[in-house]
Design a protein around this ligand. Structure first.
Ligand SMILES: C[S@@+](CC[C@H](N)C(=O)[O-])C[C@H]1O[C@@H](n2cnc3c(N)ncnc32)[C@H](O)[C@@H]1O
Length: 219
């Protein structure tokens, strides 16, 4: 299986083969991520993000979990009017991402917040920040804590995208759950249940990449 992904290998291989290849800085980041085991979103998930940004016309985007800045650069590349706030807890990753944004000439459009999203998200909410799209791609055990401030910062019709929601299939079946991952899986299941029962959003769980939940805030 590629990356322990949740779909048949031949499907993933085909989807990745037909995707246009990145060049320059993005290719360098992909190679760096692979060589150093930095977890960046799967190519098909990133393509979905780009497509959703185009489709929705999102301009103000919040990302939880920047890593080395790969997904933020990809999202900012969709249109010149896109502004991104991205949060990263790991100081080394944050420093790397900052240099990447400078090299990409995107420092004016991407703001990096270094620290724990569990603290930064409520702060951004209290500052009255509003976003058209929020991409959560950080510690899976904390998605439940991230949700409330994210929900409040989304405008009507805004899109919340939660990555790795099926977590190598473990969320869907006990048969795959590794003993040491039991708590994370339990929390992810609670999160998926909450997304599906929340009256203020409409959620589709999409089995792409490692599983993505698309939640639209109701008007
Ligand atoms: C999967 S990586 C992000 C990949 C990135 N979105 C991409 O696709 O290029 C997850 C990142 O979230 C960060 N992270 C984990 N928990 C966090 C938290 N509570 N607050 C902020 N960042 C966090 C990790 O340090 C890691 O760099």
């Amino acid at each position: 299986m590629i990356d322990d992904s949740i779909n048949h290998e031949y499907i993933i291989r085909y989807i990745r083969d037909v995707l246009p290849k990145c060049e320059g800085l993005l290719k360098e980041l992909e190679e760096f991520a692979e060589a150093n085991e930095v977890p960046i979103s799967q190519p098909e998930t990133i393509k979905l993000l780009e497509t959703l940004i185009r489709l929705s016309g999102a301009e103000n985007i919040l990302e939880v979990g920047s890593a080395i800045g790969y997904s933020a650069v990809r999202m900012a590349g969709v249109r010149g009017n896109i502004k991104i706030d991205t949060i990263e807890i790991n100081p080394e990753a944050a420093a790397y991402a900052k240099r990447v944004f400078e090299r990409a000439g995107l420092s004016g459009r991407i703001t990096l917040h270094e620290g724990n999203a569990a603290e930064i998200l409520p702060r951004l909410r209290d500052e009255g920040r509003r976003f058209d799209m929020i991409f959560i791609d950080a510690s899976k055990a904390q998605y439940n804590n991230f949700f409330e401030p994210c929900f409040e910062m989304l405008g009507p019709g805004g899109l919340l995208i939660s990555d790795n929601i099926l977590y190598k299939g473990m969320t869907a079946t006990d048969e795959l759950v590794l003993h040491r991952k039991r708590t994370i899986v339990k929390r992810l299941r609670e999160y998926v249940d909450m997304l599906n029962s929340h009256s203020g959003i409409d959620t589709a769980v999409v089995p792409i990449g490692d599983g993505v939940a698309l939640s639209v805030k109701k008007f």
